[in-house]
Design a protein around this ligand. Structure first.
Ligand SMILES: Nc1ncnc2c1ncn2[C@@H]1O[C@H](COP(=O)(O)OP(=O)(O)OP(=O)(O)O)[C@@H](O)[C@H]1O
Length: 462
């Protein structure tokens, strides 16, 4: 088991950040710094590595990405994520000022990963032949868009027992060297949704994922292994009042914040469950968490770069980014090399048809459930619009767990509402009783006073 590598990066103060505001970070060493909030409270953070304002792009690649790239070439899945407030330097860290044609020392993680991957592939050519495929998607307004083919505007996320999470029908382009890969990345990036906010002239309005599939065919024993490497440049969290967002930009910001909080919820669920109890992890609450399900669930080496502004004016956002990073540090990962298959087996046409597989899954389900359960489950799946492929048992099970948890949640809510209603009715009942009592009392008093006055009148007249 290994932990997620979590690093923080503080960019230089921007021209909009007032130097007189001061900075919220004080360096101790390459792993430790003190954060000071606006009330002068101090918090000491200890991470795997801290990159201060003057840190070089190369040092971030060497520490955070290179070990993951090496593993991915050896068929161990890897994921690298940049996280942070809008304008904090996520895209700068991921891409640099540009993917192609930028100063060598300013190159970001993505072009370095591509170069590093092909360098390692070239040096292993005597032992294996490699096929690298590249896909690029963005999650914009909760839709997965294929950045290499804009006609695919709503890619479905599926799950498969052997390959894990899959993007159904996504464009996968084989790339044979760095130049080809970088050219393709530029084409895809030109399609990414970018807008202007008060915080960032060129703000990413989507989460962007770069997916490399590296297949290795061994020269000696004809075995085939596959590693997946995913780089994710998240859209930035933002406070509407600070970014001046309105209209479309505000809608985008709301969707971005919602999916980032879904990511936070998944990380909380992964890190706060007791070991004796199987926790429900809400991966299905957003497309982002669903795409990252394998990585967050542990079958991937993972590195997180928390990008931060050093300015006091952004101290509260920086603190929440750092807290997110500290939480993520507790995720446990145990990545395995992908299932090894002989090339021969892979080439053989599958002897079991899809119908036969479906039949087997249904038989398994029938063993565990009554007829009514199955019928009810089917109806609920249809009502909830949950799409699943019957040859994926896990998908059915996860969907079922989600429905159970949703049902419990809604029952709890109904119970709370009923309890409130009961309390309200009890209060109403009490006040009605009191009113009735008061009426009874005043009626009795009235009767008595009428009796006394009539008695008094008859006494004096007689
Ligand atoms: N380490 C750095 N050195 C120099 N400039 C930087 C650095 N980090 C960020 N910048 C600059 O700060 C600005 C904002 O950075 P960037 O666009 O990367 O932010 P972001 O976190 O991706 O924001 P958003 O979430 O809005 O897309 C850019 O002009 C970028 O060039």
């Amino acid at each position: 088991m290994s932990n997620v590598t979590v690093c923080a990066r503080f960019r230089p103060l921007s021209s909009k950040e007032n130097r007189d505001d001061g900075v919220c970070v004080r360096a101790i060493d390459s792993e430790t710094f003190v954060f000071q909030d606006d009330k002068d409270d101090e918090f000491t953070f200890n991470l795997d590595r801290v990159f201060y304002q003057d840190s070089a792009q190369a040092s971030i690649y060497d520490f955070l990405a290179l070990p993951i790239v090496t593993d991915a070439v050896n068929a161990i899945n890897g994921t690298i994520i940049t996280y942070g407030q809008t304008g904090a330097g996520k895209t700068y860290s991921m891409e640099g000022p540009g993917i192609q044609d930028c100063d060598e020392h300013k190159k970001g993680l993505l072009p370095r990963v591509v170069d590093g991957m092909f360098d390692q592939i070239t040096s292993s050519k005597d032992f294996a032949s490699y096929t690298v495929k590249l896909s690029m998607v963005e999650i914009y307004m909760e839709k997965v868009r294929d950045l290499l083919d804009l006609s695919k505007g709503n890619i479905q996320i599926k799950e498969n027992k052997t390959q894990g999470i899959l993007l159904s029908g996504v464009t996968e382009v084989p790339v044979s060297d760095s130049t080809e890969a970088l050219q393709l990345l530029c084409t895809g990036l030109a399609n990414r949704a970018v807008g202007e906010t008060q915080m960032n002239m060129s703000s990413s309005r989507s989460h962007c994922a770069y997916l490399f599939t590296i297949q290795q065919d061994s020269v000696t024993d004809k075995r085939v292994k596959t590693g997946k490497l995913i780089l994710v440049d998240l859209a930035g969290s933002e406070k509407a009042d600070k970014t001046g967002a309105e209209g479309k930009v505000l809608d985008e910001a709301k969707t971005i914040n919602k999916s980032l909080s879904a990511l936070g919820n998944v990380i909380n669920a992964l890190t706060s469950g007791s070991s004796s109890k199987v926790n429900h992890i809400p991966y299905r609450d957003s497309k982002l968490t669903r795409i990252l399900q394998d990585a967050l669930g542990g079958n991937s080496r993972m590195a997180l770069l928390c990008c931060c502004s050093p300015s006091n004016s952004n101290a509260s956002e920086t603190l929440s980014t750092l807290r997110f990073g500290m939480r993520a540090k507790h995720i446990k990962a145990s990545p395995r090399a992908s299932e090894v298959k002989s090339a021969k087996t892979q080439e053989e046409p599958c002897s079991v048809t899809k119908d036969e597989k479906c039949g087997r899954v249904l038989d398994k389900m029938k063993e565990r459930m009554s007829k009514e359960d199955i019928k009810m489950l089917e109806e609920v799946f249809i009502q909830e619009g949950i799409i699943f492929s019957l040859d994926s048992m896990e998908e059915v099970e996860t969907g079922y767990k989600d429905i159970v948890s949703e049902t419990i949640k809604s029952l709890e809510q109904t119970l709370e509402e009923l309890q409130l209603k009961v309390k309200k009715l009890e209060a109403e009942n009490k006040s009605i009783k009191e009113q009735a009592l008061r009426k009874q009392e005043s009626a009795a008093v009235g009767k008595m006073s009428r009796f006394i006055s009539s008695w008094y009148a008859s006494f004096f007249t007689s």
